[in-house]
Design a binder for this molecule. Structure first.
Ligand code: FMN
Length: 134
């Protein structure tokens, strides 16, 4: 696929130390736009998610914060041979009460778990790099 937008996204993923996916949940699964982007970039032999550290977090107005979507996204990442971070998982339920009008997080427990995930992701990126020998 030679479309510039697809090639550009592949290049950005290849150049990145890791990929952080923050997304809502649509109909208990991956929003179509996100799935479509993953599908487009994946259709080459050297697809860019291979051995790429990936972390994911989700938010929704509902109580489970997109958890069902994350297990579908994990399955897709498994097929693409990515290196998804397992823990801590971040599901931000009741998202409408945890952010202000400018999108800033106002909830201490949410800030704490997102911060913990970012620290774990940094360590995971280093660990994957060591395992790959790169
Ligand atoms: C087509 C559609 C399906 C949705 N399905 C879910 C769902 O399964 N679970 C959920 O918690 N929220 C669901 N939502 C609500 C989204 O979580 C909410 O719209 C999202 O957090 C805000 O992102 P948006 O502005 O991209 O819609 C759905 C929203 C849309 C538009």
């Amino acid at each position: 696929m030679r479309q510039p937008a697809v090639a550009g996204l592949r290049k950005r993923i290849r150049q990145a130390d890791g990929v952080l996916i923050a997304t809502p949940e649509y109909n208990f699964s991956i929003p179509g736009g996100l799935k479509n982007a993953i599908d487009w970039v994946s259709r080459v032999d050297d697809q860019p998610f291979a051995l790429k550290p990936v972390a994911m977090l989700s938010a929704s107005p509902g109580p489970v914060g997109g958890a069902r979507m994350q297990y579908d996204l994990r399955k897709v990442m498994l097929f693409l041979n990515a290196a998804p971070l397992v823990k801590p998982e971040v599901f931000i339920g009741g998202a409408g009460t945890r952010f202000d009008a400018d999108g800033r997080c106002t909830d201490d427990s949410t800030r704490h778990v997102v911060g913990a995930q970012m620290l774990a992701f940094e360590q995971w990126i280093s660990a994957v790099r060591r395992m790959r020998g790169s």
